[in-house]
Design a protein around this ligand. Structure first.
Ligand SMILES: [Zn+2]
Length: 395
């Protein structure tokens, strides 16, 4: 080997070792995505679900965590549990998944996903309560009102966000807060607790106008969350908080407190109810790849979900569905052997990912959700359960 060849080989080896040790010291991981793989949708299931024959639920609580996938769930299961005690997620009788797709393909967003859950139809990004041809779709809250259920929404996000809107509203414009709020006030909703955001920006009305719109239907509670008494006790109620006021377990209020008051109110109406509880923390934190915020959000979700399951157990007639609209962040729970058994969160995107997400069910009617594949099948089954209740009573 000539002298110059030897030198350049040594330089290359030295450079390689230098780069490798920098990557090792800084703990940099390079993940190389595979080449493009063709999206090939599997066969659509039959759009009809057979009637549910067993014991039917009186009440239904739908707990949706925006942006949570099995990576987030793994972190919660491996870090938040008391020794020798079941985790709240272990307590669900039915544990499955749904595809979290939209009519456009392998990804979805909160609007399309909530529309699928609430109406039983797969729609496109940003479509709220409408199909791809922009026709209004009947949602489960409308079906519930026809069947004399009370309906309510608790969210740690803003009240016109995609998830609440998908259960109540019909519009193609997810940014038109004024229109969404107007439709919420024109609905039969009995309770809405959540935040306001970006007041006065774009199509978001100022606070005074927001309060005026909501007051057309709701009795607005102050932040003490004292429910109305006497003649007003069954008036529809709303509470609105400022942006990011409801965050983790330490915030006042937190999701658990709001859920608690909502359950007290829904029970006081003495009729069956459908309650949506939404946490947006996983999505907000995962878009930023903010591991600390994810961890705090998981604590808050676990706490509120425990309350919901406890209510279901005590009440005995309440179905609880726990799911997510899509995964955000492509989060993986990993453990390095040199720091074992400590865990780390590793992110692969700042967007929504194309993974399937959890769907758990507990309480009467839970087994009806055991064989769900597509997200819209949840909406079909919920409508059936709510409609069947009336048919059952008519017989
Ligand atoms: Zn998102």
């Amino acid at each position: 080997m000539t002298h110059w060849k030897k030198t350049s080989l040594l330089t290359t080896v030295a450079l390689f070792m230098l780069i490798t040790s920098i990557f090792y010291l800084l703990n940099i991981n390079i993940s190389i995505p595979s080449s493009d793989i063709d999206f090939s949708p599997w066969q659509e299931p039959q759009k009809t679900a057979s009637d549910f024959e067993n014991e039917k639920p009186e009440n239904i609580i739908i707990f949706i965590v925006d942006g949570l996938g099995f990576g987030h769930l793994s972190i919660a299961l491996q870090t938040l549990q008391e020794k020798d005690q079941l985790s709240v997620w272990q307590e669900f009788e039915i544990k499955g998944w749904h595809d979290a797709k939209s009519a456009y393909g392998p990804l979805t967003d909160s609007e399309a996903s909530a529309t699928a859950f609430a109406t039983g139809t797969s729609s496109g990004f940003g479509h709220i309560g409408i199909d791809q041809e922009r026709r209004n779709l009947k949602n489960i809250f409308e079906v519930a009102s026809e069947n004399e259920y009370a309906t309510g929404i608790v969210t740690d996000s803003y009240i016109w966000d995609g998830t609440p809107a998908g259960f109540l509203v019909h519009t193609r414009d997810e940014d038109d807060a004024r229109e969404i709020l107007t439709q919420i006030s024109a609905s039969n909703l009995d309770l809405i607790f959540g935040e306001l955001e970006d007041l006065g920006e774009g199509k978001v009305p100022e606070r005074d106008e927001t309060i005026e719109i909501l007051s057309r239907r709701f009795h607005l509670l102050d932040e003490s969350l004292q429910l109305p008494q006497g003649k007003k006790a069954s008036d529809p109620v709303a509470v609105i908080f400022d942006e990011d006021e409801i965050q983790d377990l330490n915030s006042t209020p937190n999701l658990s407190k709001l859920t608690d008051v909502a359950l007290e109110y829904m029970t006081s109406l003495n009729k069956p109810f459908v309650l949506l509880v939404e946490s947006e923390e996983m999505d907000a934190a995962s878009h930023e790849n903010d591991s600390d915020r994810v961890f705090k959000g998981l604590q808050s979700i676990q706490h509120a979900l425990t309350q919901v399951l406890n209510f279901s157990k005590m009440n005995g007639k309440t179905l609880v569905l726990f799911t997510s609209d899509h995964e955000t962040g492509g989060l993986a729970a990993v453990a390095d052997f040199d720091r074992y058994p400590k865990l780390q969160m590793r992110w692969t995107t700042k967007d929504h990912s194309a993974v399937v997400v959890p769907l758990f069910a507990e309480g009467p009617g839970a087994e009806y959700f055991a064989d769900v594949n597509r997200n819209w099948e949840i909406g079909i089954r919920l409508k059936k359960l709510i409609n069947q209740k009336r048919q059952q009573e008519d017989n």
